[in-house]
Design a protein around this ligand. Structure first.
Ligand SMILES: Nc1ncnc2c1ncn2[C@@H]1O[C@H](COP(=O)(O)OP(=O)(O)OP(=O)(O)O)[C@@H](O)[C@H]1O
Ligand SMILES: [Mg+2]
Length: 224
């Protein structure tokens, strides 16, 4: 699903944030990305989601070479990916329903289809009863679940999450991870950046460790 070959990323102000990263994530796999602050976890996720462009090397996602995806094709590419932010980035003036509906509205999906898909997404994260509320009136765990519903409303084949449990207590964190497992079980490929070693080690998934922009441990026996 994701192939990185000798990928480097240079931020002009900073220098090399990723150094010759080679990795493969299979279709249907669930994996964690860990490593110290500044190791390049968020950068790697952003490159896969084309929020940032890599500087050298090759990135292939779902058979698409990302260098060949120009600005005009970006929205279409992103529709195949669900991205979950640590701070969930919800619109506070809009209802839960409207927040989850947003990607479909932007994509020009019809009203009836939007209602059907938003409710299906909210149902999956257990928030169907809260569609009329505003994000401010929700707990942080619930807000994070709205972010997940918004990310899956397109039914993406790939889910990327950047520290999705960063602000949550251990119990809620586990609940969120279980939710990702549910999506993974129905075939979605999931890649989650997380500092929470205790939590991710308690789960039976691959752990990729980055340090200083390099892959320190690919979590798997493979040529890298
Ligand atoms: N937009 C940017 N411009 C310049 N430098 C950046 C930018 N984004 C990240 N960096 C730098 O690249 C390096 C990797 O950052 P990144 O955010 O990918 O790390 P991370 O592993 O996600 O860290 P954390 O665990 O703190 O979230 C850091 O040194 C950071 O300062
Ligand atoms: Mg980060």
């Amino acid at each position: 699903m994701i192939q990185l070959h000798q990928v480097s990323k240079v931020y002009p102000e900073r220098g090399e944030a990723l150094r010759q990263v080679s990795l493969q994530i299979d279709r249907g796999e669930m994996a964690f990305l860990t490593g110290p602050s500044g190791a390049g976890k968020s950068t790697l996720l952003k490159i896969i989601a084309l929020i940032e462009r890599h500087t050298r090397g090759q990135v292939v996602v779902d058979g698409k070479n990302l260098e060949r995806i120009g600005r005009r094709a970006l929205p279409y590419y992103r529709r195949h990916i669900g991205f979950i932010f640590q701070d969930h980035r919800l619109l506070t003036e809009r209802t839960v329903f409207d927040n989850v509906a947003l990607p479909l509205v932007v994509a020009g999906v019809g009203r009836g289809e939007i209602e059907r898909r938003v409710r299906a997404a909210l149902d999956k994260v257990g928030l169907l009863a809260m569609e009329r509320r505003h994000p401010r009136a929700l707990s942080s765990g619930e807000q994070q679940r709205v972010g997940i519903a918004r990310a899956v409303v397109h039914r993406p084949a790939l889910l990327l999450a950047d520290e999705p449990t960063g602000n949550l207590d251990p119990e809620l964190s586990l609940e969120i991870m279980r939710l990702f497992e549910q999506f993974n079980r129905v075939g979605v490929t999931v890649l989650i950046a997380s500092h929470d070693l205790m939590l991710i080690r308690s789960m039976p998934h691959r752990i990729i460790r980055l340090r200083d922009g390099r892959v320190e441990d690919s979590g798997r026996r493979e040529a890298s």
